[in-house]
Design a protein around this ligand. Sequence first.
Ligand SMILES: [Ca+2]
Ligand SMILES: [Ca+2]
Length: 268
Amino acid sequence: MVANWDELTPSDPKDKNNKLDPGQVKGISILDLTTVLASSGAELTKFIPDFKPSRTMWLDDFQLSTARAPQSAGLYKDAVASSLVVDNFETGVYRWMPVRVDFAGNPPSFALFPADASLKILPEAAGPGAGKTPIEPGGKGLRYSYKRGAKTAFGLNCSVEKQDLSRADRLRLSLNMSQKSLVIVQVKEKDDSEYNQIIMPDDSVGWRSLDLPLSSLTLGENSRDENNALDPGQIKEISIVDASGFLGGMLGEGDTTLELDAVSFGLK
Ligand SMILES: [Ca+2]
Ligand SMILES: [Ca+2]
């Protein structure tokens, strides 16, 4: 994997200019978040089905380069507009969390990194395009493979909590389902209000390039929001959910792939 300094997000909200200054770097850490969570007492086996406490981390070919890497996230400006790239998958960094939700029980149960699913960044999973700019599909994309069934949903979550989205007015992404699916594109505010765009089964197969005005997303049925409006500056998370399992077997079950590329917000 490779990343530019300016694609790293600050974990300290008190940083003066809200970006990493290469001349100020004094150390680099690589953390296995699973072990961090385990030491916090979280019941990981409940969320990560194949969690093993004994883990090995391998590190090789570590380099600091003066050449700029392809940009896979962050602010991008062209002659006409500004965008905030959420992910175009060009640098092999994984920013999306795979999730499975089982509705058979009450309450529903959640599994992060479900054992029966796989997540890969691949050239074969790229959207159609030359990927000439960070906001265009092409190059590499993300492939989420899983076996779907009744009363089960599979989704991908990406946190954008550290990004300044106050000027965002559109969400763009390229999406490809391997079989007819009911897909929900969901944007969540910091207070957990959920806003959705539903992709109907007949519009889901083959690459779709979506360009959604944020004002067209609608508040989820089970969601409350104090002002009933999606406030871009409050957006903390994007989810892409295959909710076909809700339809009681109307859509096909079994092996399914969800491919994603070129996710960005258009800025005003
Ligand atoms: Ca790409
Ligand atoms: Ca709101």
